[in-house]
Every structure is written in structure tokens, then in C-alpha cells.
Ligand binder design. Sequence first.
Ligand code: GYE
Length: 318
Amino acid sequence: MTFTRRTFIASAVALGLATSSAFAAKPLVIGFSQVGAESEWRTANTTSIKDAAKKDGITLKFADAQQKQENQVKAIRSFIAQRVDVIAFSPVVETGWDTVLREAKNAKIPVILTDRAVKVADPSLYVTLIGSDFVEEGRRAGRWLADYAAKSPKPLNVVELQGTVGSAPAVDRKAGFEEVIKGNPKLKIIRTQTGEFTRAKGKEVMEAFLKSNGKDINVLFSHNDDMAIGAIQAIEEAGLKPGKDIIIVSIDGVKGAFQAMMAGKLNVTVECNPLLGPQLMQAARDVVAGKPVPKRIVTEERVFPADVAAKELPNRKY
Ligand code: GYE
């Protein structure tokens, strides 16, 4: 029989040993497949997970998928082969996980999702999803813009930089934003395209928007701060003032966004908290100890308009 952590704890309990001494004997092993290093948000998320594992004495096997689903599938298979105690991952896209998650389930290795959701036919293929409510983030961005538009004498044309195609945050932020602005005669999305959540691509796509639609663009809605920061460069290079000639609404709340707001180049950022490490370690411990874990663990978040940026920057942890 393979000597898994669960059988180890079960035998320890049967022998009357304290479970805590069983934990001390064999550190928990988590295999974590990260999306990549595409944004400031992601860097903060990786640091949070590595730091929390270290602090809790948990062995973390970390794999960077470089924004490719095939790399994540390979990493998950390798974690199964290594018989880790828990597999955790932030799925780059929502679909295409049924087979590999079934393999993990057959191997009796619990799976915890962090940050991004999956669409699977059988929800028992994962234990819990720890992360933000992306639809609500999109709505928050939409509400800020609807308030702004209400004070504007003229209707506003919006261009949208979407995140990675097929990823939960891109799909959900778009849906939440559209839900709020739908039917608003003051707001119209005139162009939308992916900027893959990176600065470089955000800049490139904004350049294309400016070339084709130029002075018609009044607002940029960006699915993350990095793309917004890339777009700010494109807007400046086109001789326009970001934050004034083009109003910019973004999501994440990373330090770079606060600095851009203080420079008057970004109008608002909707917070998305990447510091998921401690919650992940807790959930992993609970799952292995057989404690019940809620199917969804939602992170609490706020909205930061430019006028509070200077006051809030010193409190920002990412
Ligand atoms: O907003 C973006 C990152 O999945 C919430 O991924 C995350 C998103 C985040 O690249 O900056």
C-alpha cells in the first residue's frame, strides 16, 4: 500500500498518537502550479504563497506555467506522480480540466483552486476555490464609470482591454462591467480586445485602438493595472493625456496603479487581493486533517479612486 499522509494520520490516530505529533513528523507537501509571472498582481501572489508555506513549515513544490494550460496539466501530472499531499493551482483558463482533475481524484489527492475558477462537469473534482469575486469587480468598475458618466455632458465611448482569453477574471470582469453599463445611453463599448494581462500587450493593443479610433476614445476599461500602465504609455506617445483626455478605469490595486493615480494618469482601480497564501495553507491543512472546508472562500476587496491614492499608498502591501 502507498503510505499517504492521510493513511499516516489515520494510523497515528488509531495508535492513539496525537495528530499534532504526526504533523511534526512529516511536513505537508503541496504541489502548486502558478499561471506565470504576467503581472505585478501575479508576482505578489507568488510571494504570498511561497512566504506562507515557509512560515508554516510546509514543503512547496512550485511550477510556473508561463500562461500555458499544457504546462499546468504537465505540472499536475507530475505532482500526482510524486504523490504530494495536496495539489493547488490557479487555472490559466476555465475549461479543459476534467481529465487531469479526474486523475488527481483517482489518486486520492485533494485539489484546491486559488484565484481563478474552472468549469468542470463534476464539482467534486476540487475541494474549494479561494479567491476574488471577479464579476463583482467588473460591476464595481462599471458603477464608478456610470457615476462619472452621469456628470458628463456628452456620451462616452469606451475601449476595453481584456485579460487572457478564456480566463475566469477576463470572462467575469467583462460580464460584471457590461451588466452595469448595459442600457446606459451615456456609455458605449466601441472596441474590445485582449491584452493578455501584460504591460507590453496592453500598450500594443492601445496603440492599435488609438490608430483606428483616435479622438473618438473617451474611456479605457482595463481588466488589470499592468495593461492600463502599458496603455498609459501608448496614450502619452500619441500626444494625449491619460487620466484626462482618456479616463482610465482599471482592476487589481497594485502599487504601480497607486503611483499612476498620484501622477494623475489613472482615475480609479478596483482592488483584487493577491495575498492568498495564508488562506491556501490553512485550507490545505484542514483538508488533510479531514475538516470541512467551504466550497468557496471569497476575498474582501475595495475600490480606490485617484483622490485617495496618496493617503493609501503607504498601506499597500503589493
Ligand atoms: O487581475 C491579473 C493577473 O487572476 C486575478 O491575473 C488574477 C489576474 C489579475 O495577471 O493582473
